[in-house]
Design a protein around this ligand. Structure first.
Ligand code: FAD
Ligand code: DHB
Length: 393
C-alpha cells in the first residue's frame, strides 16, 4: 500500500492535516490506535483561538462550530474578593475566542474526511516507523497489524505518548521540560453555566476555572496536588471545593448538578527540538505540551498543521524542500510564545506550596497590574485570543 503522507494519530492535528492535504490534492492515510467512538468522546480542550476558528471555516469544516460554538469577547479574572473583566472587544478589536469542545472539532473533521472518501483507520495496532534515517536505502514506511504503508513523508500527530517522537534516534532531539507540582481535576456537568464568560479564579485554596460547552453544559477545573486520585473526589466534594473557590465575590451563586465526566490531567510543559528528522515531521502534542491555563494546546496543534500543509504542498508541487527543511524553525517561535504565555498564566493564578508571603504578594501585585493597566491587559488579551499567524515573533 502506498500514500503520499502517512499520518499517525486521529486527534485534531492528524485529522486536520489529512483534510487540508486533501484540499490540496495530496493523499494521506490516518492510522489511529483508538476506536472512533473513543476519540469522539474524549473530553479535552474547549477554547478555540480566532485563527483556529478561521482555519476551520476556510477549510469548510466550521459550519457546526459557527452554529453551536459560543463566541466570547472577554474573560473574568477573579481574585481578592472581586472579578475583573479582560475585554477583548476593547483591547484586541475584531478578535475573540470560540468555546467549542475539542471532541466536536474531532467529530466534524472525521465526518469531513469520511464524506470525502478519506482513509482514516481506527483501532490500528502496533504502528511502527521505518526508513526515517535520511541515509537509509528505502523511503519511509509504516507497519501496523501485519500491513505495510509506504509514504513519501510521515507526519507524527500521535500526541505526547505516541510512537513517533521515540522513533527518532537518541541524540537528535533537545528536550526542554518542566513538571508542575499540581494537576487539574476537570469535570463536565449537566448544568447551565453560572456565568456568561469564563472565570479564571485565584484563591488561597488554589486555582479554579469555570468554563462551559453549551447553555446547558458547564465545564470546571480545580487545581489539585499532582498525585491526586479521582477516587478521592466524590461529586459532593468537587462541588463544595468549586463553591469555596468560585463563590469568592459577593452575590455569586454556583449552580450545581449532575456530573457526567471527571478526570485528572497532570500539568507539564515540554518541547522537543527540532520537530523533524529525515522525512518525519512532528505536529501538535507529539512535539510539545503546555500547561492548560492559557488554553493553547489544541490551538498550537492547528498552527503546526498549517505550516506543515504549506511545506508539503510546495514539496509535492515541484519537489522543493526549503519549506519542509524550515518546518521546525517556522513552528517553534509560536510554540515558545505559547510556552511562555502558558507558564505566565499558570504562575499568575495557581498557588505554589513553596510560595512564601513575598511570592504571594508578587502574584497579587501582577494581577492588580494586569487588571488595571491597559498595556498589561492587552498583553494577556492578544496572547489569549491568539497572535495572527503571520506575526513575526
Ligand atoms: P492528541 O489529541 O493527543 O491526538 C493524538 C492521537 O494519536 C490520539 O487520538 C491518540 O489516540 C493517537 N495515538 C497515540 N499513540 C498512537 C499510536 N501509537 N498509534 C496510533 N495512534 C496513536 N488543552 C487545552 O487547551 N485545554 C484543556 O483543558 C486541555 N485538557 C487536556 C486534557 C488531557 C487529558 C490531555 C491529554 C490534553 C489536554 N489538553 C488541553 C491539550 C489538548 O487537548 C492537546 O494539545 C490536543 O489534543 C493536541 O492535539 P494532537 O492532535 O496533537 O494530539
Ligand atoms: C477550557 C480549558 C482550558 O485549558 C482553558 O484554559 C479554558 C477552558 C475548557 O476546557 O473549556
Amino acid at each position: 500500500m502506498r500514500t503520499q503522507v502517512g499520518i499517525i494519530g486521529a486527534g485534531p492535528a492528524g485529522l486536520l492535516l489529512s483534510h487540508l492535504l486533501h484540499l490540496r490534492g495530496i493523499s494521506s492515510v490516518v492510522l489511529e490506535k483508538r476506536s472512533r467512538a473513543y476519540v469522539e468522546r474524549r473530553v479535552r480542550a474547549g477554547v478555540l483561538e480566532q485563527g483556529t476558528v478561521d482555519t476551520l471555516v476556510e477549510a469548510g469544516v466550521g459550519e457546526r462550530m459557527l452554529r453551536e460554538g459560543l463566541p466570547h469577547h472577554g474573560i473574568e479574572l477573579r481574585y481578592g474578593g472581586a472579578g475583573h473583566r479582560i475585554a477583548f472587544e476593547k483591547l484586541v478589536p475584531g478578535r475573540a475566542i470560540t468555546v467549542y469542545g475539542q471532541q466536536e472539532v474531532v467529530k466534524d473533521l472525521i465526518a469531513a474526511r469520511l464524506a470525502a472518501g478519506g482513509d482514516v483507520r481506527f483501532e490500528v495496532e502496533d504502528v511502527a516507523l521505518h526508513g526515517l534515517d535520511p541515509g537509509a536505502g528505502t523511503g519511509p514506511y509504516l507497519t501496523f497489524g501485519g500491513e505495510r504503508l509506504d509514504c513519501d513523508v510521515i507526519a507524527g500527530c500521535d500526541g505526547f505518548h505516541g510512537v513517533s517522537r521515540p522513533a527518532i534516534p537518541d541524540g537528535v532531539l533537545s528536550v526542554y521540560e518542566r513538571d508542575y507540582p499540581f494537576a487539574w481535576l476537570g469535570i463536565l456537568a449537566k448544568v447551565a453555566p453560572s456565568s456568561e464568560e469564563l472565570i479564571y479564579t485565584r484563591t488561597e485554596r488554589g486555582f479554579a476555572l469555570h468554563s462551559m460547552r453549551s447553555p446547558t453544559i458547564s465545564r470546571f477545573y480545580l487545581q489539585v496536588p499532582a498525585d491526586t486520585s479521582i477516587d478521592d473526589w466524590p461529586d459532593e466534594r468537587i462541588w463544595a471545593e468549586l463553591k469555596a473557590r468560585l463563590e469568592s465575590v459577593p452575590g455569586f451563586d454556583l449552580t450545581t448538578g449532575e456530573i457526567t465526566e471527571k478526570g485528572v490531567t497532570p500539568m507539564r510543559a515540554f518541547v522537543a527540538e527540532p520537530m523533524q528528522y529525515g522525512r518525519l515531521y512532528l505536529a501538535g502534542d507529539a512535539a510539545h505540551i503546555v500547561p492548560p491555563t492559557g488554553a493553547k494546546g489544541l490551538n498550537l496543534a492547528v498552527a503546526d498543521v498549517r505550516v506543515l500543509t504549506e511545506a508539503l504542498a510546495a514539496y509535492f508541487a515541484d519537489g522543493s524542500t526549503a519549506l519542509l527543511d524550515g518546518y521546525s524553525d517556522a513552528c517553534l517561535k509560536r510554540v515558545w510564545r505559547a510556552q511562555h504565555f502558558s507558564w505566565w498564566m499558570t504562575t499568575l493564578l495557581h498557588t505554589f506550596e513553596e510560595d512564601d508571603p513575598y511570592g504571594r504578594r508578587l502574584q497579587l501585585s501582577y494581577l492588580d497590574y494586569v487588571t488595571s493597566s491597559e498595556a498589561a491587559a492587552t498583553t494577556l488579551a492578544e496572547n489569549y485570543v491568539g497572535l495572527p499567524f503571520d506575526t513575526e515573533l
